[in-house]
Design a protein around this ligand. Structure first.
Ligand code: SUG
Length: 448
C-alpha cells in the first residue's frame, strides 16, 4: 500500500503579534513590541502550503485557536462580560492579556507528537497533544489542539488520540519539534528519535545553565509508552545543553530528519557517535540504511544556525529519491549558510535542491518552515479517513486567501490587543472557518 508524509501547516491566527513571550527563543525576545502584520503572516504560510502542494507533496491545514483566550483570563480572576474581561486585563495585567492573545498555535510542530501506524502496537496512528507547559501562552493551547486534531482525524479504527501529559515541568513536552522518524518508506516500520533537553527525575543528566530545557526525557518516554512503540523502534538522545544556552530552544532548530537521513549540526547532541550508532543499528534492523549529514561548526556556527534557521527546514523526499530542502529566506541572507547550501547542491550529496520561502512574519517570533508544520505519515487507507476539508487544494487555498483578506488586520501592536473588538473579529473569522474546514463545534467550549 502506498504511504505518504502529509504536512499539516498551522494557519496563522488573526491575533499574530510579537509579545516577547518566549525566554530562550532569541527571535521572540528581540522582536518584542514590533508591530505585526497578521494578514501577511497568514498569506506567507498559505503560499508555502500551496507551493508544496503544487510540487506534488501531500499538504493539509490545521486551524488556529480563538484568541484572546477569555476563558484563560477568567481562570486568572478577570470577570464580567468578555469585553470587560479584556479591558480589565489590559488595565491591570497587560502581560497576561498579551500571553492570552498569542497566535502561537500556528507552530504546529509543537501541537502533538505523532507515531505512524507501522510503528505502534495496535496498528493505529497515535497522537499525543503537547502540554507546552514551559510557557504560559503555549500551555493553554492543548485542550483545543486536541479537539481540532480529533475533528481532523476522526476515525477510531485508524486514529488514537491521547490527552496532553500532566501539566508540570517534569513532564514538559513540546511535541514533534523534538521528535523525528527514520524509515525506508513511510508505510514501513521505522525508528522514532526523541530528543530531550534534560531529565526531571535523574540528576546525573546535565542541564543548560541559562535558558530552559523545555522537553524532559520522562515526557518523551511517556509518549513512546502511550503510543505503544517497541524498544527496538525508539532512540533517545540528549540535546547538547550548550546549544540550548545559545538559543536552540527546540531540537528542530539544530537538526531535521527524513526517511534515512539525519541533517544536523555538529554540536546538536551529547554523545553524538553513540546516538548515530544506535540510529544506524536500529534502522538496519528494520531494513533501512541510516545516513548522517553533519554540518561542521567551522562552516556554520551555532549562531549562524539560530539566526538563519538552516535546520528548521523541511527535508522532503522527491520522487527520484533525492531530497528537497525548504528553507526560510534568512538562509539566503547568511553568507556562511548560503555558501554551505550551494556547496551541498553542487556536491551530488543527498540534498539535491533548495527552495527558499519568505516567512518573515513567523520567523520574527522564532518559527521557521519546520515549526509551521506537523508531519503525519499515513497510508492510503488512513489518508482516505482524514477529514477531506482540511487537505490543501487549489480551491481551498483560494478560499482561505479570500477569508484572510476579509477578516485579518494588516497591523497589530500591543495597544491593539486591548481592543475587545479583536475577539469579535476573531470569532466571526473562526465561525466561517469552521464551515470551510468542517470542524464541527470545536470552538464552542471556549465561549461560555
Ligand atoms: O514556542 N514562539 C514559539 C516558536 C515555536 C517554534 N517552534 C518550533 N521550533 N518547532 C515558541 O517559542 C513567540 C511568541 C511571542 O513572543 O509573541 C513564540 O511563542
Amino acid at each position: 500500500m502506498n504511504a505518504f508524509e502529509v504536512n499539516f501547516d498551522g494557519l496563522v491566527g488573526p491575533t499574530h503579534n510579537y509579545g516577547g513571550l518566549s525566554y530562550g527563543n532569541v527571535a521572540s525576545q528581540s522582536n518584542s513590541q514590533v508591530a505585526s502584520n497578521p494578514r501577511e503572516a497568514a498569506k506567507q504560510g498559505l503560499a508555502k502550503m500551496k507551493a508544496l502542494k503544487d510540487l506534488g507533496f501531500q499538504q493539509g491545514v490545521l486551524a488556529p485557536q480563538e484568541r484572546p483566550d477569555v476563558n484563560a483570563l477568567r481562570a486568572l480572576g478577570f470577570g464580567g462580560t468578555d469585553a470587560q474581561v479584556i479591558s480589565k486585563a489590559a488595565k491591570e495585567a497587560m502581560p497576561l492579556l498579551v500571553a492570552c492573545s498569542s497566535a502561537s498555535s500556528m507552530w504546529t510542530a509543537n501541537a502533538a507528537t505523532v507515531s505512524p501506524s507501522a510503528d505502534t502496537a495496535d496498528g493505529k496512528v497515535h497522537f499525543t497533544a503537547a502540554n507546552l507547559n514551559c510557557k504560559f501562552h503555549r500551555s493553554i493551547e492543548h485542550p483545543l489542539t486536541s479537539r481540532i486534531l480529533q475533528a481532523m482525524f476522526a476515525n477510531d479504527s485508524h486514529f488514537a488520540h491521547h490527552a496532553a501529559l500532566p501539566a508540570v515541568a517534569q513532564f514538559g513536552d513540546e511535541g514533534a519539534a523534538n521528535h523525528t522518524r527514520f524509515c525506508n518508506g513511510y508505510g514501513n516500520a521505522g525508528v522514532e528519535f526523541f530528543v530531550f533537553g534534560r531529565s526531571a527525575f535523574d540528576p546525573r543528566y546535565p542541564a543548560p545553565q541559562r535558558y530552559p530545557a523545555r522537553q524532559t526525557l520522562e515526557a518523551s518516554q511517556a509518549v513512546a509508552r502511550l503510543h505503544g512503540l517497541n524498544e527496538g523502534g525508539v532512540v533517545y538522545a540528549q540535546q547538547n545543553p550548550a546549544v540550548i544556552d545559545q538559543g536552540v530552544f527546540h531540537n528542530d532548530v539544530i537538526a531535521v530528519g527524513n526517511a534515512e537521513l539525519l541533517f544536523h549540526h555538529e554540536e546538536a547532541f551529547l554523545d553524538t557517535d553513540k546516538v548515530l550508532d544506535e540510529l544506524r543499528n536500529k534502522l538496519a534492523a528494520v531494513g533501512g540504511q541510516f545516513a548522517s549529514l553533519c554540518v561542521p561548526s567551522a562552516e556554520v556556527s551555532v549562531q549562524d544556525a539560530v539566526q538563519s534557521y538552516l535546520f528548521n527546514s523541511q527535508l522532503l523526499s522527491r520522487p527520484d529519491g533525492r531530497m528537497l530542502l525548504v528553507v526560510p529566506d534568512e538562509c539566503r541572507q547568511n553568507a556562511n549558510v548560503w555558501a554551505y547550501l550551494q556547496a551541498q547542491m553542487a556536491s551530488n550529496g543527498p540534498i539535491a535542491e533548495v527552495k527558499v520561502f519568505e516567512l518573515k512574519q513567523s520567523m520574527q517570533n522564532g518559527g521557521g518552515p519546520a515549526c509551521l508544520r506537523l508531519r503525519v505519515a499515513l497510508n492510503e487507507q488512513e489518508l482516505a479517513a482524514v477529514n477531506p476539508n482540511v487537505l490543501m487544494s487549489d480551491s481551498l487555498h483560494d478560499t482561505l486567501v479570500a477569508w484572510v483578506d476579509k477578516h485579518y488586520r494588516d497591523r497589530l501592536s500591543e495597544a491593539d490587543l486591548a481592543d475587545p473588538q479583536l475577539l469579535v473579529e476573531c470569532r466571526s473569522a473562526l465561525d466561517e472557518l469552521t464551515q470551510i474546514l468542517a470542524l464541527g463545534s470545536v470552538y464552542s467550549f471556549q465561549r461560555v
